[in-house]
Design a protein around this ligand. Structure first.
Ligand SMILES: *[C@@H]1O[C@H](CO)[C@@H](O)[C@H](O)[C@H]1NC(C)=O
Length: 179
């Protein structure tokens, strides 16, 4: 009985060793999995002449607003290092969102962080999913990336602070695992 258990556990440990070797080899191709966290501030202008989010489509004959189901927006806003608009620009938040909940509370967000600052220049991150626009904080998935963020996966939290009628700053904390 004891012998059988011993043989069984020897086989198991052999199997585990092979698995470990296989995993090390398959990791070698991509490099090592790393975790990166950072905070950026989206300088949104939801309205006014310098608007960074613009309604591009909606239900004919109805208002094209954030809270109106079926409205699509294009967006391109500066992403800065600090809360203040004058702090260093790290990149751009570019993409689109669609008011996708019938009651208008949630958007489907398709947002690329296109890095232009020194540290991550040329890399991108792809944020995608449901964005409960009136909740603070809210969380959206990070589904991919390029450059320094290849194969990225993780999540981003958003917290919005209204600075003025036409200026909303969203603090975005990103936590990703990537190679
Ligand atoms: C985002 O990061 C800031 C600074 O580290 C922190 O104070 C804040 O609580 C974080 N927000 C969320 C939703 O985790």
């Amino acid at each position: 009985m004891t012998k059988a258990v011993l043989i069984c556990s020897t086989r198991l440990s052999l199997l585990l060793s092979l698995l470990a070797i296989f995993m090390t080899l398959s990791h070698a191709k991509l490099g090592t999995l790393r975790e990166t966290s950072f905070t950026v501030f989206f300088q949104n202008r939801p309205s006014g002449p310098k608007a960074t989010s613009v309604a591009i489509a909606g239900i004919p004959g109805q208002d094209w607003t954030y809270g109106k189901y079926g409205t699509a927006f294009a967006t391109d806003a500066a992403m800065t290092e600090g809360f203040d608009r004058k702090t260093a620009e790290i990149g751009r938040g570019q993409g689109m969102f669609l008011t996708s909940a019938q009651d208008g509370t949630s958007l489907t967000l398709l947002l690329s962080i296109v890095f232009t600052g020194k540290e991550y220049k040329g890399s991108t991150l792809q944020i995608q999913g449901a964005d409960h626009q009136y909740e603070n904080p809210r969380e959206v998935a990070v589904v991919g990336g390029t450059g320094q963020f290849r194969s990225a996966r993780g999540y981003a939290t958003f917290e919005s602070f209204r600075v003025s009628k036409s200026h909303v700053v969203s603090r975005c904390n990103v936590t990703i695992q990537h190679y």
